[in-house]
Design a protein around this ligand. Structure first.
Ligand code: ADP
Ligand code: MG
Length: 701
């Protein structure tokens, strides 16, 4: 008898893992049974319908067959130094040849005469007669156990260290086999209407989905698995969303219980602020500012989301809010997602606050250690009043004497935990979060908790419309001519290259290589490169030169995606546009059209661009309305892609998608709100904290 496992058992306790196995798993972050069970399959493969060998059809088809293994032998191929294991499988209706390359151990593992399952693609046999299976997945049939690798809907896992996905699958099956009754503390909190299974059942069927009742239900079952809409998926999604709901309720309760600094805003303050404005505020900016000022004057801490499409002028609104708080004697912290953006905000704030005594400080990762210490000291002592920074602001080492306002720019780049970390550095600071990602109001309230929402629905005057066009490689020579004309006429150009996810290094090299080609094409024009790894000082110098005009073409990765503001930039070229989401393209396009020059966005599409992707891009080219683009993104973004959580400024969920699991989201919010109202929030928190699914997920940013 193997000992019964619980979710908290170490993986070393699972039969066959051993100390070395446990170390390997631990290196991948898998320490307990729960860790392993939360390591979900990345997809499912339908291997449930074995075919009769007599009925096998075309080469290329992927099939599952089962039968008796005959003529098993190992041999060396003469020409190449290959070791082959060959056999024939016979199921009574016919026989088929099987060959495996360089897996000689199979000759010892499989046994002639035994029954096996095989799954793989059919190839024409080398003899030219009939078909064969080359290197199929295999499983020895076991009378006493359900098959796990074949003959069912099979979970596919990523490798863990040197362990193949298949080996992980065996481990998961063994673990589930000796898992005892799983206690589900969340059971009383699951809304009956959602029909969610208890945790143990959900975990088991996420790994080994039960066979559908009959063949006609198979497609629906596979579809639900692929779209994460099975009851098991919804169960986990609900838990993640509930954890989020609880955090938001807690945040709200804490905020409500404290008194904020009530700022004074009199005519003198207004006059001084107005005097430094380089332009007239738009009507929308005035309205939003009035909403913010009303909040700042009250004792309930402000919690406001400022939503405004790219280029709508959010920065100035935030600067004026900051000024109000500064004049009332408190400190202000502005958090931005990238160093580029920090530098830009710093310049804007310095310019607008130049006539005052307030000097913005910077706190970002690239700052030398000594300077960081100095800035932190000044903030803690209250000597520095205003700070702009990246994640360095969030670290424990950063403390404030009297933090009165937290501004978070590009909120969708941060997670809720990060927002809380910054808020916790003050007694009850006012909070202003800004985002250009338009989201439906109902969803905003659900996802951002009880933030009040202000909308900037008007662009500053004098903007020129942006024309968006799709082009393929054949257009490059003409594009070069066009760019040269534009640049000679004073324009600035962004040339964006997709980030190659797997490796920063590869994408850096790609940008640099492309930049050389661009330089060659546009000889004599100032061309520079920025990417995530460009040292801060160099990046600053490049951006300044770009703004100033000595550099006319900026080749970049998506580091320039958010917030960057150079009004003279009027052409945005995007390589492999089909690899970007629409919301991201919208952000990128928003970098141009900020001045009076007629602006262009050129989407270069690669050869691999599907018809579907092209349609999506054509839609994008037809509108500049961020809200419609976001809706379209929703509609077309396959649920298999990013959860969408990232876009909405939440930690990445394992399972939950704010798009797919709207019902669970709504229900989770209701449960959390009811718990808060009924005084049971703490017990709900403890029901959740045993597992902390959310806490294990990767924060964004
Ligand atoms: P976003 O909302 O995308 O953050 P920014 O705050 O960067 O937009 O503003 C975009 C540009 O518009 C900046 O160059 C800014 O100086 C300019 N701007 C903002 N408000 C106005 C206004 N009322 N009139 C003219 N220009 C404005
Ligand atoms: Mg901005």
């Amino acid at each position: 008898m193997t000992p019964t496992l619980g979710l908290a058992s170490p993986l070393a306790a699972v039969k066959g893992v051993g100390p070395a196995g446990a170390r390997l798993l631990s290196a991948a972050g898998l320490d307990t049974v729960l860790d392993l069970l939360l390591n979900l399959p990345y997809r499912y493969e339908d291997r449930s319908n074995p075919r009769t060998i007599g009925s096998l059809g075309e080469p290329g088809e992927v099939v599952t067959v089962g039968g008796r293994l005959l003529h098993l032998r190992e041999r060396r191929a003469r020409a190449r130094r290959l070791r082959l294991v060959e056999a024939v499988v016979d199921d009574g209706t016919g026989a088929i040849q099987v060959v495996w390359f360089n897996q000689p151990y199979l000759a010892g593992t499989l046994s002639a005469g035994g029954r096996v399952w095989l799954h793989g693609a059919l190839r024409p046999a080398r003899s030219g007669l009939g078909l064969q299976l080359v290197g199929p997945e295999w499983e020895v049939e076991d009378e006493d156990a359900d098959p796990i690798h074949l003959g069912r809907i099979v979970p596919m896992y990523r490798r863990v260290g040197s362990w193949s996905g298949r080996r992980v699958r065996s481990l998961v099956a063994r673990t589930l086999g000796s898992l005892g009754e799983v206690d589900d503390p969340l059971r009383p909190w699951l809304p009956a209407a959602l029909g969610l299974p208890p945790l143990g059942e959900a975990l088991a069927s996420l790994h080994f989905p039960p066979a559908p009742a009959d063949a006609s239900a198979l497609d629906a079952a596979l579809d639900a698995l692929a779209h994460r809409t099975t009851a098991a998926h919804r169960r986990l999604a609900f838990e993640e969303l509930l954890a989020l709901g609880v955090v938001l309720e807690r945040e709200r309760a804490t905020r409500r219980s404290r008194r904020a600094l009530a700022c004074t805003v009199d005519d003198a303050v207004r006059e001084r602020a107005r005097a430094v404005l380089p332009f007239h505020l738009t009507a929308a900016q005035k309205r939003v500012l009035a909403e913010i000022v009303a909040d700042l004057r009250g004792e309930v801490p402000m919690a406001r989301l400022l939503q405004g499409d790219v280029g709508s002028g959010k920065t100035i609104v935030a600067t004026l809010a900051a000024r109000v708080v500064l004049e009332s004697g408190a400190q202000v912290a502005l958090l931005a997602p990238t160093e580029l953006l920090v530098q830009q905000h710093l310049a804007t704030l310095a310019r607008l606050l130049a006539p005052t005594a307030y000097r913005p400080a910077v706190l970002s990762g690239s700052l030398p250690g000594r300077e960081k210490t100095d800035v932190r000291g000044a903030l803690e002592a209250g000597a520095a009043r205003l700070v702009v920074g990246t994640h360095a602001l969030l670290q424990d080492a950063t403390a404030f004497a009297h933090l009165g306002l937290v501004v978070i720019d590009e909120q969708h780049r941060f997670g809720v935990a990060q927002r809380q970390a910054l808020l916790a550095k003050g007694h009850a600071p006012h909070l202003l979060v800004m985002t250009a990602t338009p989201i439906p109001r109902s969803l905003a309230l659900t996802v951002y908790g009880d933030l009040d929402v202000s909308v900037l629905d008007e662009l500053p005057p004098g903007r020129s419309p942006i024309r968006t066009v799709l082009r393929d490689d054949s257009a490059r020579p003409r594009l070069a001519e066009f760019l040269r004309r534009e640049v000679d006429d004073g324009a600035r150009v962004y040339w964006v290259f997709p980030l190659i996810e797997e490796s920063q290094k590869v994408s850096r090299r790609a940008v640099e290589t492309h930049a050389r080609a661009v330089k060659a094409e546009l000889a004599g024009v100032g061309v520079a490169v920025v990417h995530g790894r460009t040292p801060a000082a160099e990046r600053e110098a490049v951006m300044a030169a770009f703004a100033g005009g000595s550099i006319r073409v900026l080749c970049a990765t998506t580091v320039i995606e958010v917030g960057v503001d150079v009004p003279e930039a009027s052409v945005m070229v995007i390589e492999n546009a089909e690899t970007f989401g629409l919301a991201q393209l919208h952000q990128l396009r928003g970098r141009v059209g900020r001045g009076t020059r007629p602006s262009w966005c050129v989407l270069l599409v690669g050869e691999g661009c599907s018809a579907e992707a092209r349609t999506r891009l054509e839609y994008f080219a037809s509108t500049t309305d961020g809200f419609r683009i976001a809706e379209e993104d929703f509609r077309t973004r396959g649920p298999g892609e990013l959860t969408g959580a990232r876009q909405w400024g939440r930690p990445e969920f394992r399972v939950a998608s704010l798009v797919i699991h709207r019902r669970e989201l709504e229900a989770a919010r209701e449960v959390a709100a009811a718990a808060a109202a009924g005084g049971t929030l703490a017990s709900l928190e403890s029901a959740l904290s045993g597992r902390d699914l959310l806490g294990k997920s990767v924060p964004v940013g």
